[in-house]
Design a binder for this molecule. Sequence first.
Ligand SMILES: *[C@@H]1O[C@H](CO)[C@@H](O)[C@H](O)[C@H]1NC(C)=O
Length: 398
Amino acid sequence: MSHPNNFSLLLSITTALLLLIIQALHPVKANYNIMSYGAKSDGQSDSSGPISSAWQAACMSTGSSTIYIPSGTFMLKPITLNGPCTSNKIIIQIDGTLVAPSSYSTAIQQWIMFKQVDGVSIYGGTINGQGQTLWSCKSSKEWILIVLFLILKSLIFSNSKNIMISGLTSINSELYHIAINGCEGVQVQGVKISAPGNSPNTDGIHVQMSTNVTITGTGIKTGDDCVSIGPGTTDLWIERVTCGPGHGISIGSLGKDKEEKGVQNVIVKNTVFTGSQNGLRIKTWGRPSDGFVKGVVFEHALMQNVQNPIIIDQNYCPHNDGCPDQNSGVKISGVTYNDIQGSSATQVAMNFDCSPSNPCSGIVLEDIKLTYGDKLAESSCKNVDGTASGLVVPPSCL
Ligand SMILES: *[C@@H]1O[C@H](CO)[C@@H](O)[C@H](O)[C@H]1NC(C)=O
Protein backbone atom coordinates (compact mmCIF):
# COMPACT_ATOMS: atom_id res chain seq x y z
CA MET A 1 0.00 0.00 0.00
CA SER A 2 2.80 2.42 0.85
CA HIS A 3 4.57 2.00 -2.49
CA PRO A 4 2.20 3.98 -4.73
CA ASN A 5 2.07 6.77 -2.12
CA ASN A 6 5.84 7.07 -1.97
CA PHE A 7 5.97 6.97 -5.73
CA SER A 8 3.46 9.78 -6.19
CA LEU A 9 5.24 11.83 -3.52
CA LEU A 10 8.54 11.34 -5.34
CA LEU A 11 6.86 12.24 -8.62
CA SER A 12 5.43 15.47 -7.29
CA ILE A 13 8.75 16.45 -5.67
CA THR A 14 10.54 15.75 -8.96
CA THR A 15 7.96 17.76 -10.90
CA ALA A 16 8.25 20.67 -8.47
CA LEU A 17 12.04 20.55 -8.71
CA LEU A 18 11.91 20.46 -12.49
CA LEU A 19 9.57 23.46 -12.56
CA LEU A 20 11.93 25.36 -10.28
CA ILE A 21 14.88 24.57 -12.54
CA ILE A 22 12.95 25.57 -15.65
CA GLN A 23 11.93 28.81 -13.95
CA ALA A 24 15.51 29.54 -12.93
CA LEU A 25 16.75 28.92 -16.47
CA HIS A 26 13.92 30.85 -18.10
CA PRO A 27 12.70 33.40 -15.60
CA VAL A 28 9.24 34.70 -16.29
CA LYS A 29 9.54 37.69 -18.59
CA ALA A 30 6.78 39.98 -17.57
CA ASN A 31 5.53 42.77 -19.81
CA TYR A 32 3.76 45.83 -18.58
CA ASN A 33 2.32 48.07 -21.27
CA ILE A 34 1.27 51.40 -19.78
CA MET A 35 -1.81 51.41 -22.05
CA SER A 36 -3.24 48.51 -20.05
CA TYR A 37 -2.96 50.74 -16.96
CA GLY A 38 -5.05 53.44 -18.60
CA ALA A 39 -2.41 55.70 -20.16
CA LYS A 40 -3.62 57.92 -23.00
CA SER A 41 -1.36 59.15 -25.77
CA ASP A 42 -3.26 62.41 -26.22
CA GLY A 43 -0.51 64.65 -24.81
CA GLN A 44 -2.97 65.94 -22.16
CA SER A 45 -4.03 63.22 -19.75
CA ASP A 46 -1.62 62.73 -16.89
CA SER A 47 0.06 59.35 -17.21
CA SER A 48 1.81 59.42 -13.84
CA GLY A 49 -0.84 57.06 -12.38
CA PRO A 50 -0.52 54.43 -15.13
CA ILE A 51 3.28 54.64 -15.14
CA SER A 52 3.41 54.30 -11.33
CA SER A 53 1.18 51.24 -11.49
CA ALA A 54 3.27 49.66 -14.25
CA TRP A 55 6.37 50.42 -12.19
CA GLN A 56 4.89 48.79 -9.06
CA ALA A 57 4.07 45.65 -11.03
CA ALA A 58 7.49 45.50 -12.73
CA CYS A 59 9.30 46.23 -9.49
CA MET A 60 7.52 43.42 -7.64
CA SER A 61 7.87 40.82 -10.33
CA THR A 62 10.43 38.06 -9.96
CA GLY A 63 12.76 37.67 -12.93
CA SER A 64 13.11 40.33 -15.58
CA SER A 65 10.34 42.68 -16.52
CA THR A 66 9.67 45.24 -19.22
CA ILE A 67 7.65 48.41 -19.00
CA TYR A 68 6.51 49.45 -22.44
CA ILE A 69 5.67 53.01 -23.41
CA PRO A 70 4.35 52.89 -26.99
CA SER A 71 4.60 55.66 -29.57
CA GLY A 72 2.53 58.78 -29.01
CA THR A 73 2.81 61.73 -26.66
CA PHE A 74 2.19 61.15 -22.98
CA MET A 75 1.91 64.04 -20.56
CA LEU A 76 3.59 63.13 -17.30
CA LYS A 77 3.47 65.03 -14.01
CA PRO A 78 6.50 64.76 -11.70
CA ILE A 79 7.02 61.17 -10.66
CA THR A 80 9.31 59.21 -8.35
CA LEU A 81 9.90 55.54 -9.08
CA ASN A 82 11.21 53.95 -5.93
CA GLY A 83 13.16 50.81 -5.21
CA PRO A 84 14.34 48.56 -3.83
CA CYS A 85 12.63 46.10 -6.16
CA THR A 86 12.25 42.32 -6.23
CA SER A 87 13.17 42.29 -9.92
CA ASN A 88 16.82 43.01 -10.56
CA LYS A 89 16.28 43.60 -14.26
CA ILE A 90 13.72 46.17 -15.29
CA ILE A 91 13.72 47.38 -18.86
CA ILE A 92 11.84 50.52 -19.77
CA GLN A 93 11.32 50.49 -23.51
CA ILE A 94 10.10 53.85 -24.77
CA ASP A 95 8.90 54.36 -28.33
CA GLY A 96 6.98 57.54 -27.56
CA THR A 97 7.52 60.97 -26.00
CA LEU A 98 7.02 61.91 -22.38
CA VAL A 99 6.22 65.56 -22.01
CA ALA A 100 6.28 67.57 -18.77
CA PRO A 101 3.43 69.89 -17.78
CA SER A 102 4.14 73.27 -19.32
CA SER A 103 3.89 75.38 -16.18
CA TYR A 104 6.72 74.85 -13.73
CA SER A 105 6.15 73.90 -10.15
CA THR A 106 8.36 75.21 -7.38
CA ALA A 107 7.43 72.27 -5.19
CA ILE A 108 9.66 69.75 -6.87
CA GLN A 109 13.31 69.27 -7.69
CA GLN A 110 12.92 66.76 -10.44
CA TRP A 111 10.55 65.58 -13.06
CA ILE A 112 11.34 61.86 -13.45
CA MET A 113 13.23 60.38 -10.52
CA PHE A 114 14.49 56.86 -9.87
CA LYS A 115 15.51 56.24 -6.31
CA GLN A 116 17.33 53.23 -4.82
CA VAL A 117 16.91 51.02 -7.85
CA ASP A 118 19.25 48.27 -9.07
CA GLY A 119 19.34 46.97 -12.65
CA VAL A 120 17.13 49.47 -14.47
CA SER A 121 17.64 50.14 -18.20
CA ILE A 122 15.92 52.78 -20.29
CA TYR A 123 15.94 52.23 -24.05
CA GLY A 124 14.90 54.83 -26.59
CA GLY A 125 12.23 57.48 -26.19
CA THR A 126 12.10 61.23 -25.91
CA ILE A 127 11.60 63.27 -22.77
CA ASN A 128 10.57 66.88 -23.22
CA GLY A 129 10.93 69.02 -20.08
CA GLN A 130 9.18 72.06 -21.61
CA GLY A 131 11.67 74.37 -19.91
CA GLN A 132 10.66 77.51 -21.81
CA THR A 133 8.23 78.71 -19.11
CA LEU A 134 10.86 78.45 -16.41
CA TRP A 135 13.63 80.01 -18.53
CA SER A 136 11.47 83.08 -19.08
CA CYS A 137 11.83 83.82 -15.32
CA LYS A 138 15.56 84.27 -15.76
CA SER A 139 15.33 88.04 -15.41
CA SER A 140 13.17 87.80 -12.26
CA LYS A 141 14.47 88.33 -8.73
CA GLU A 142 13.61 84.77 -7.79
CA TRP A 143 15.87 83.30 -10.45
CA ILE A 144 18.94 82.92 -8.24
CA LEU A 145 16.79 81.07 -5.65
CA ILE A 146 15.28 78.85 -8.32
CA VAL A 147 18.74 77.87 -9.52
CA LEU A 148 20.23 77.42 -6.06
CA PHE A 149 17.42 75.54 -4.40
CA LEU A 150 15.38 73.83 -7.06
CA ILE A 151 17.96 72.54 -9.52
CA LEU A 152 15.17 70.95 -11.48
CA LYS A 153 16.27 67.89 -13.40
CA SER A 154 14.39 66.14 -16.15
CA LEU A 155 15.70 62.70 -15.27
CA ILE A 156 17.59 61.73 -12.14
CA PHE A 157 18.93 58.47 -10.80
CA SER A 158 19.61 58.73 -7.11
CA ASN A 159 21.34 56.14 -4.87
CA SER A 160 21.06 53.46 -7.53
CA LYS A 161 23.16 50.69 -9.09
CA ASN A 162 23.63 49.06 -12.50
CA ILE A 163 21.80 51.60 -14.58
CA MET A 164 21.70 51.90 -18.36
CA ILE A 165 20.35 54.86 -20.32
CA SER A 166 20.54 54.03 -24.02
CA GLY A 167 19.24 55.89 -27.06
CA LEU A 168 17.21 58.40 -25.07
CA THR A 169 16.60 61.94 -26.35
CA SER A 170 16.16 64.73 -23.81
CA ILE A 171 14.97 68.12 -24.99
CA ASN A 172 14.39 71.46 -23.25
CA SER A 173 14.86 70.41 -19.64
CA GLU A 174 13.82 73.12 -17.16
CA LEU A 175 17.33 73.04 -15.70
CA TYR A 176 19.55 69.90 -15.77
CA HIS A 177 18.71 67.25 -18.35
CA ILE A 178 20.12 64.13 -16.69
CA ALA A 179 21.58 63.82 -13.19
CA ILE A 180 23.38 60.86 -11.63
CA ASN A 181 23.74 61.21 -7.90
CA GLY A 182 25.02 58.63 -5.42
CA CYS A 183 25.14 55.84 -8.01
CA GLU A 184 27.39 52.89 -8.78
CA GLY A 185 27.71 51.44 -12.30
CA VAL A 186 25.92 53.68 -14.76
CA GLN A 187 26.14 53.51 -18.56
CA VAL A 188 24.87 56.38 -20.66
CA GLN A 189 25.12 55.57 -24.34
CA GLY A 190 23.83 56.97 -27.61
CA VAL A 191 21.92 59.72 -25.84
CA LYS A 192 20.94 63.01 -27.52
CA ILE A 193 20.46 66.15 -25.51
CA SER A 194 19.25 69.44 -26.86
CA ALA A 195 18.21 72.83 -25.56
CA PRO A 196 18.94 76.31 -26.95
CA GLY A 197 22.44 77.69 -26.39
CA ASN A 198 20.96 80.60 -24.41
CA SER A 199 18.75 78.51 -22.11
CA PRO A 200 19.94 79.11 -18.53
CA ASN A 201 21.50 76.36 -16.37
CA THR A 202 20.45 73.53 -18.64
CA ASP A 203 23.42 71.24 -17.93
CA GLY A 204 23.45 68.14 -20.12
CA ILE A 205 24.61 65.34 -17.82
CA HIS A 206 25.56 66.02 -14.22
CA VAL A 207 27.42 63.35 -12.24
CA GLN A 208 28.20 63.53 -8.54
CA MET A 209 28.92 61.23 -5.57
CA SER A 210 29.04 58.34 -8.04
CA THR A 211 31.49 55.72 -9.17
CA ASN A 212 31.96 53.68 -12.35
CA VAL A 213 29.97 55.88 -14.73
CA THR A 214 30.51 55.75 -18.51
CA ILE A 215 29.11 58.23 -21.01
CA THR A 216 29.69 57.22 -24.64
CA GLY A 217 28.46 58.13 -28.11
CA THR A 218 26.44 61.06 -26.88
CA GLY A 219 25.66 64.42 -28.55
CA ILE A 220 24.94 67.41 -26.35
CA LYS A 221 23.71 70.87 -27.39
CA THR A 222 22.65 72.96 -24.46
CA GLY A 223 22.88 76.25 -22.54
CA ASP A 224 25.26 75.23 -19.75
CA ASP A 225 27.88 72.50 -19.18
CA CYS A 226 27.55 69.59 -21.58
CA VAL A 227 28.83 67.33 -18.81
CA SER A 228 29.38 68.64 -15.29
CA ILE A 229 31.33 66.57 -12.83
CA GLY A 230 30.61 67.28 -9.19
CA PRO A 231 32.18 66.30 -5.86
CA GLY A 232 32.66 62.62 -5.08
CA THR A 233 32.89 61.41 -8.70
CA THR A 234 35.35 58.55 -9.19
CA ASP A 235 36.06 56.23 -12.14
CA LEU A 236 34.28 58.26 -14.79
CA TRP A 237 34.81 57.38 -18.45
CA ILE A 238 33.63 59.77 -21.19
CA GLU A 239 34.19 58.79 -24.82
CA ARG A 240 32.86 59.96 -28.21
CA VAL A 241 30.92 62.91 -26.90
CA THR A 242 30.16 66.03 -28.93
CA CYS A 243 29.44 69.33 -27.22
CA GLY A 244 28.19 72.65 -28.52
CA PRO A 245 26.54 74.91 -28.02
CA GLY A 246 27.31 74.55 -24.32
CA HIS A 247 29.88 75.33 -21.65
CA GLY A 248 32.09 72.30 -22.29
CA ILE A 249 32.99 69.28 -20.22
CA SER A 250 33.61 70.64 -16.78
CA ILE A 251 35.02 69.15 -13.61
CA GLY A 252 33.31 71.45 -11.15
CA SER A 253 32.30 73.67 -9.79
CA LEU A 254 34.11 72.14 -6.85
CA GLY A 255 35.16 73.48 -3.48
CA LYS A 256 32.06 75.43 -2.59
CA ASP A 257 31.94 73.64 0.76
CA LYS A 258 34.65 73.35 3.35
CA GLU A 259 34.24 69.60 3.60
CA GLU A 260 33.88 68.04 0.23
CA LYS A 261 34.68 64.72 -1.48
CA GLY A 262 37.24 64.81 -4.27
CA VAL A 263 37.12 63.83 -7.92
CA GLN A 264 39.42 61.01 -8.97
CA ASN A 265 40.19 58.92 -12.03
CA VAL A 266 38.43 60.63 -14.92
CA ILE A 267 39.09 59.86 -18.59
CA VAL A 268 37.69 62.05 -21.36
CA LYS A 269 38.60 60.92 -24.88
CA ASN A 270 37.56 61.43 -28.51
CA THR A 271 35.48 64.52 -27.98
CA VAL A 272 34.48 67.32 -30.36
CA PHE A 273 33.60 70.82 -29.16
CA THR A 274 31.88 73.20 -31.57
CA GLY A 275 31.43 76.89 -30.75
CA SER A 276 31.25 76.12 -27.04
CA GLN A 277 32.22 78.49 -24.23
CA ASN A 278 34.79 76.01 -22.88
CA GLY A 279 36.36 72.80 -24.01
CA LEU A 280 38.02 70.88 -21.19
CA ARG A 281 37.55 72.77 -17.95
CA ILE A 282 38.32 72.35 -14.27
CA LYS A 283 36.59 74.96 -12.14
CA THR A 284 36.75 75.53 -8.38
CA TRP A 285 35.44 78.20 -6.05
CA GLY A 286 37.99 80.60 -4.55
CA ARG A 287 37.11 79.41 -1.07
CA PRO A 288 38.65 77.11 1.56
CA SER A 289 37.87 73.43 0.98
CA ASP A 290 39.43 70.03 1.47
CA GLY A 291 38.26 68.83 -1.96
CA PHE A 292 40.66 67.64 -4.66
CA VAL A 293 41.00 66.61 -8.30
CA LYS A 294 43.43 63.80 -8.96
CA GLY A 295 44.19 61.60 -11.97
CA VAL A 296 42.50 63.08 -15.03
CA VAL A 297 43.27 62.28 -18.68
CA PHE A 298 41.93 64.46 -21.48
CA GLU A 299 42.90 63.00 -24.85
CA HIS A 300 42.06 63.27 -28.55
CA ALA A 301 39.88 66.36 -28.47
CA LEU A 302 38.95 68.52 -31.44
CA MET A 303 38.14 72.17 -30.72
CA GLN A 304 36.20 74.18 -33.31
CA ASN A 305 36.06 77.86 -32.46
CA VAL A 306 35.96 77.26 -28.71
CA GLN A 307 36.38 80.25 -26.37
CA ASN A 308 38.50 78.47 -23.73
CA PRO A 309 39.70 75.17 -25.17
CA ILE A 310 41.85 74.25 -22.14
CA ILE A 311 41.12 75.96 -18.86
CA ILE A 312 41.66 75.53 -15.14
CA ASP A 313 39.90 78.28 -13.21
CA GLN A 314 40.34 78.19 -9.44
CA ASN A 315 38.92 81.66 -8.83
CA TYR A 316 35.25 81.01 -9.48
CA CYS A 317 33.16 83.36 -7.37
CA PRO A 318 29.96 84.51 -9.04
CA HIS A 319 28.91 88.04 -8.05
CA ASN A 320 32.02 88.13 -5.79
CA ASP A 321 29.78 86.75 -3.11
CA GLY A 322 31.21 84.76 -0.20
CA CYS A 323 34.81 84.44 -1.37
CA PRO A 324 36.60 87.78 -1.82
CA ASP A 325 40.36 87.52 -1.20
CA GLN A 326 40.16 83.82 -0.49
CA ASN A 327 42.05 81.04 -2.26
CA SER A 328 40.65 77.76 -3.45
CA GLY A 329 41.46 74.90 -1.12
CA VAL A 330 40.95 72.35 -3.90
CA LYS A 331 44.24 70.63 -4.77
CA ILE A 332 44.52 69.72 -8.47
CA SER A 333 47.17 67.15 -9.41
CA GLY A 334 47.95 64.69 -12.19
CA VAL A 335 46.06 66.11 -15.16
CA THR A 336 47.19 65.06 -18.67
CA TYR A 337 46.20 66.80 -21.90
CA ASN A 338 47.18 64.66 -24.90
CA ASP A 339 46.41 65.37 -28.57
CA ILE A 340 44.20 68.42 -28.21
CA GLN A 341 43.80 70.18 -31.56
CA GLY A 342 41.76 72.81 -33.33
CA SER A 343 40.81 76.45 -33.08
CA SER A 344 40.35 78.82 -30.18
CA ALA A 345 37.91 81.74 -30.39
CA THR A 346 40.06 83.78 -27.99
CA GLN A 347 43.79 84.44 -27.85
CA VAL A 348 44.47 82.55 -24.61
CA ALA A 349 43.88 78.99 -25.77
CA MET A 350 45.42 77.38 -22.69
CA ASN A 351 44.76 78.96 -19.33
CA PHE A 352 45.95 77.54 -16.01
CA ASP A 353 44.77 79.86 -13.25
CA CYS A 354 45.49 77.78 -10.15
CA SER A 355 45.16 78.46 -6.45
CA PRO A 356 48.03 80.44 -4.83
CA SER A 357 47.69 78.34 -1.65
CA ASN A 358 47.24 75.00 -3.49
CA PRO A 359 49.16 75.21 -6.77
CA CYS A 360 48.29 72.70 -9.50
CA SER A 361 50.93 69.99 -9.88
CA GLY A 362 51.69 67.20 -12.31
CA ILE A 363 50.07 68.91 -15.29
CA VAL A 364 51.23 67.13 -18.48
CA LEU A 365 50.92 68.58 -21.98
CA GLU A 366 51.53 66.31 -24.98
CA ASP A 367 50.86 67.16 -28.61
CA ILE A 368 48.77 70.27 -28.35
CA LYS A 369 47.97 72.29 -31.44
CA LEU A 370 45.55 75.14 -30.94
CA THR A 371 45.26 78.05 -33.33
CA TYR A 372 43.65 81.48 -33.02
CA GLY A 373 42.63 82.75 -36.44
CA ASP A 374 45.74 83.99 -38.19
CA LYS A 375 47.21 85.36 -34.94
CA LEU A 376 49.32 83.50 -32.42
CA ALA A 377 47.44 81.74 -29.67
CA GLU A 378 48.84 82.12 -26.15
CA SER A 379 49.06 80.13 -22.96
CA SER A 380 48.80 81.55 -19.45
CA CYS A 381 50.12 79.99 -16.22
CA LYS A 382 49.53 80.96 -12.58
CA ASN A 383 50.59 78.73 -9.70
CA VAL A 384 51.03 75.65 -11.83
CA ASP A 385 53.75 73.05 -12.23
CA GLY A 386 54.14 70.33 -14.84
CA THR A 387 55.83 69.15 -18.03
CA ALA A 388 55.34 69.46 -21.77
CA SER A 389 56.42 67.10 -24.54
CA GLY A 390 55.94 66.71 -28.30
CA LEU A 391 54.62 69.64 -30.28
CA VAL A 392 52.93 72.12 -27.97
CA VAL A 393 51.28 75.15 -29.62
CA PRO A 394 50.75 77.67 -28.15
CA PRO A 395 54.13 77.17 -26.44
CA SER A 396 53.80 75.79 -22.94
CA CYS A 397 54.11 78.20 -20.04
CA LEU A 398 54.63 75.38 -17.54
C1 LIG B 1 30.77 49.03 -13.57
O1 LIG B 1 29.38 49.07 -13.85
C2 LIG B 1 28.90 48.09 -14.76
C3 LIG B 1 27.43 48.34 -14.97
O2 LIG B 1 27.22 49.61 -15.53
C4 LIG B 1 29.17 46.70 -14.22
O3 LIG B 1 28.77 45.74 -15.17
C5 LIG B 1 30.66 46.57 -13.92
O4 LIG B 1 30.90 45.32 -13.33
C6 LIG B 1 31.14 47.68 -12.99
N1 LIG B 1 32.57 47.61 -12.80
C7 LIG B 1 33.16 47.68 -11.61
C8 LIG B 1 34.64 47.63 -11.61
O5 LIG B 1 32.52 47.78 -10.59
